[in-house]
Design a protein around this ligand. Sequence first.
Ligand code: APR
Length: 321
Amino acid sequence: MSRKKIALIGGGQIGGVLAQLAALRQLGNVVMFDIVEDMPQGKTLDIAEAARVDGFDVNITGTNDYKDIKDADLVIITAGLPRKPGMSRDDLLTTNAKIMKSVAENVKQYAPNSIVIIISNPLDAMVTLFKKVTGFPSNKVIGQAGVLDSSRFSSFIAWELGVSVKDVNAMVLGGHGDTMVPIVRYANVNGIPAVELLEKKFGDKAKAKEVMKNMVERTKMAGGEVIKLLKTGSAFYSPASSAIAMAESILFDEKRVLPVCAYLNGEFGINGYYVGVPAVLGSNGVEKVIEFELDSEEKALLDNSVNAVKTLVADMERLGF
Ligand code: APR
């Protein structure tokens, strides 16, 4: 059996961590593409030269030529520019949509059978555009947001309750923005509702509710919290780890149930849009969207988030994409 080929489009901050994690976990041979001359070659050479110490033996190379991603099984895209001072949201959308269009055309040409995970922002628009340009089946074009947002929410719950994060399950649905929807009702520690544990901790329902509300707000703003501290750039370790979890489920056909940005055909009452929902990820990409009952408050929050996605996609279309 031959090794899988993983193409990373974008060799910046997230691309670098993706390459290292993919190598450490021996997910397959890695090729990193970037438009910056020599940079992906340098970054991957640096990672490859640690193989003896780290004990991996996959091939890891960098390129400025799309031909080298030929027949990749899995493509992970982080190409794009971050928002700069003075740049409007529309400016950023136009810039990154142009980049995504060229990336999509090249992936379509050189890796037409690949499964694609997109991380570039604004995520919901970028995933929509990639699918439109390539015409790839929707199960093979997936966005990464929910795995990270859910991991952040789980971390905050674990820290607050003083328990291992390994035992916390919490899920965030909706678009990748301020309107995302952390699902409080199902957040739990080894099956025990997190809210119940907070109530026990504080001996006070109102206080428990307030603490949970703060964790929900922190989750929604977590990307910004990291940006504010870093000052130059945005989160890169955690987005890379999250995409690698999705990649593993696909490459090893694990069928994990992960919250991902998936194309919906009526699930949760949503038709024709990419939205964060729980899905089974396996060797066919998104193999099934897992629907479950939302209460009226959750439904209203999800509708609000879907409206934000619709506005974003409409803006992108207005800008000519
Ligand atoms: N083709 C390929 N790569 C490109 C292109 C292009 N047309 N245009 C830009 N790039 C590359 C840049 O050269 C850079 O190396 O994309 C890379 C982006 O890397 P960073 O600026 O370091 O950004 P990063 O932190 O990795 O985030 C990437 O993911 O989470 C999102 O908001 C984030 O959209 C951003 C993306």
